[in-house]
Design a protein around this ligand. Structure first.
Ligand SMILES: [Mn+2]
Length: 347
């Protein structure tokens, strides 16, 4: 098994990409802003090169396992992406496969039969601490990046032989979306000088910050706020109010008129409590046998809890301050086990 380490750089990876003809740009299931931003930016940059060479840009697309997010039409054109489908990928027979924002089998299940035979044609660009190195022969993993869109920005700029502030605005906008959303609009602990410099360069390239902010942060259906009220009303505090536990039940999701999968981000409210060090949000999936989706956040500080380590202990993964897992078991029993494990870290 190949280790989860970087074995290439921006220059080498661009040279390798430029030799390709047919491109599939993949990312994790349930793509977020960073996943969509990085894939669409790469598709657009590769298409610029392709058109310069007189090639066929329709041979370059983003493939979303499980389908694109509901807000895709706000940030991408219809011909730039498709729902990932093994048959369609096989028909394209891409000679270059780029996977962004993940390199983990658990995040690539729908396309696993396609990618598992093709590691030699696959490059992974990611910023996560863990992944399955054997998926791609080429790996650019920059764990100090807050968003993979920072690496994608370096790739796009190198590919188009320009500075990041000179990128075409539609490429810059996709990249900015990823940086803004993965940092919680520049609020999370992963913000550092490089994040601000990268974001600033993209603004200089013509990004409309307000438009993107409205598109991503001010699009909630009323049901989401109603659900938040229910979930917060049921919040439990443990370990001297240092652990907040939120439970999202199927019944509440349906009663407020939401659909499963539209419930992320609830934990941010509980993280606003002064005493809370770790927030665990548990969501029922409705699957049988019972499966609970877990999302954990922890605050920066001298005794910060590494939630990635807790997530790994139950089969998940992520970042030190933000991690998740899907755990077999009813919501209550999964909650109790995690509160115990986190309580030991805090003790
Ligand atoms: Mn990301």
């Amino acid at each position: 098994m190949a280790e989860w380490t970087t074995n290439t750089d921006v220059e080498q990876l661009v040279a390798w990409l430029l030799e390709g003809q047919r491109f599939a740009v993949l990312t994790h299931t349930k793509p977020d802003g960073d996943a969509v931003g990085s894939t669409i930016a790469m598709v657009r940059a590769l298409r610029v090169i392709c058109e310069r060479k007189g090639g066929d840009p329709s041979q370059i697309k983003a493939y979303y396992a499980g389908g694109p997010p509901r807000w895709i039409a706000d940030v991408a054109f219809e011909d730039e992406y498709v729902t990932a489908n093994v048959n369609e990928l096989e028909a394209l027979d891409p000679d270059r496969i780029l996977i962004t924002d993940t390199g983990a089998w658990t995040q690539l299940r729908e396309v696993a039969p396609f990618i598992e035979e093709r590691a030699d044609r696959i490059a992974i660009v990611d910023h996560h601490l863990t992944g399955d190195g054997e998926i791609g022969a080429k790996r650019l993993i920059v764990t100090t990046d807050a968003a993979v869109c920072q690496s994608a920005a370096r790739l796009c700029a190198h590919m188009l032989a320009c500075g990041p502030e000179e990128l075409p605005s539609e490429i810059a906008e996709a990249l900015y979306l990823g940086i803004a959303t993965d940092t919680g609009w520049f609020r999370h602990s992963n913000v550092n000088p490089a994040v601000m410099r990268d974001a600033g360069a993209l603004l200089a390239a013509g990004v409309d910050h307000s438009r993107l902010y409205q598109l991503t942060e001010q699009q909630d259906p009323a049901g989401r706020i109603l659900l938040m009220g229910r979930v917060l009303a049921g919040m439990q505090l443990h370990s001297r109010d240092r652990i907040a536990v939120l439970q999202v039940h199927m019944k509440d999701i349906y009663e407020v008129g939401l659909e499963p999968g539209h419930t992320s981000g609830l934990g941010d409210r509980a993280m606003g409590i002064a005493s809370v060090q770790v927030c665990v949000t548990l969501t029922e999936t409705g699957e049988t046998p019972a499966l609970t989706k877990v999302s954990m956040r922890s605050k920066e500080g001298p005794n910060a809890v590494d939630v990635a380590q807790i997530a790994r202990s139950v089969g998940g993964g992520g970042h030190a301050r933000a991690a998740g897992a899907r755990v077999t078991g009813e919501i209550e029993e999964v909650a109790a086990a995690l509160v115990r494990a986190i309580g030991e870290e805090l003790a």
